[in-house]
Design a protein around this ligand. Structure first.
Ligand code: FPP
Length: 257
């Protein structure tokens, strides 16, 4: 019940209180494809990195809102296994952002009881990125508020390949038999093991695709697409997505109750 921690003091927070009245069904897990940093910057005649910087600052704003709404897990697609194909300068900048984000915001995140986790091929990240993120993971591991789950060097297909390899190795070593393989076993070997599956996926900036994000985990997730670029995705937009979510009838392939 993260939203009970919200300090209902100033005008903005009164608005939040009204919003929470409207939000009767809050998704436990929201996943976001934060697209459009480059286009946001381009529209303003700024270099792409300025869009990424503003996108980074927006993460903090959205984390605070998500925590206030009582969302339990927020998974953010920050860097995909395909993003290494971008120019080196941009990759270097993106790899520097987690440290900048944490240097700036970790004390506030700790104060807000946020727990930081990551999914993705962590070992292949630059040392300075790993150090900053590992420090934040260690520092927040006992926090009980929102889980901020950052997808860093994440790709769903490679995640599934790794899972297949690990199950095959266990079969080969006679630790399990082929008959033991089931959906739960696969879920338990993904980066997202021990996290609930996303209830709501948001993608900003107008593209209607998944871009190799959580392909297994999104099987029954509700989708929300908006044309707004990530740095401009604000409280109003977020609330709109959450209100749309609560209108959805989730049937998981069955019939309505
Ligand atoms: C997609 O926009 C965005 C990314 C590839 C990077 C997202 C990263 C952040 C929002 C900041 C990360 C910060 C932390 C703390 C992890 P794009 O560059 O593809 O935009 P475009 O499609 O308009 O060019």
């Amino acid at each position: 019940m993260g939203f009970l921690k919200w300090p209902f003091k100033d005008k903005r927070n009164q608005q939040m209180e009204q919003d929470l009245d409207q939000l009767k069904i809050v998704p436990d897990h929201v996943a976001i494809i934060m697209d459009g940093n480059g286009r946001w910057a381009n529209k303003r005649g700024l270099p792409r990195f300025a869009g990424h910087k503003e996108g980074m600052d927006n993460i903090k704003r959205i984390v605070k809102l998500a925590n206030g709404y009582g969302i339990k897990v927020l998974t953010l697609y920050a860097f995909s296994t395909e993003n290494w194909k971008r120019p080196k300068q941009e990759v270097d900048y993106l790899m520097m952002l987690p440290k900048e984000f944490l240097d700036t915001y970790l004390p506030e995140l700790i104060e807000e009881n946020v727990q930081i986790k990551t999914i993705g091929h962590f070992e292949d990240l630059p040392k300075h990125t790993k150090q900053a993120v590992q420090h934040a993971i260690d520092r927040t591991q006992d926090n009980t508020g929102l889980i901020l789950n950052i997808a860093l060097n994440y790709g769903s297909r490679s995640e599934l390949v790794e899972t297949v390899k690990s199950i095959t190795a266990d079969v080969k070593a006679n630790h399990i038999s082929v008959e033991d393989i089931n959906e739960a076993m696969i879920s338990d070997r993904l980066f997202t093991a021990r996290l609930p599956e996303p209830d709501l996926l948001i993608r900003t900036s107008g593209e209607i695709r998944l871009s190799n994000f959580l392909l297994w985990q999104l099987a029954y997730t509700e989708f929300w697409f908006t044309d707004v670029h990530w740095p401009a995705f604000n409280e109003k937009e977020f609330k709109q997505a959450l209100l749309a979510y609560q209108q959805r009838k989730r049937r998981y392939g069955g019939l309505e109750a």
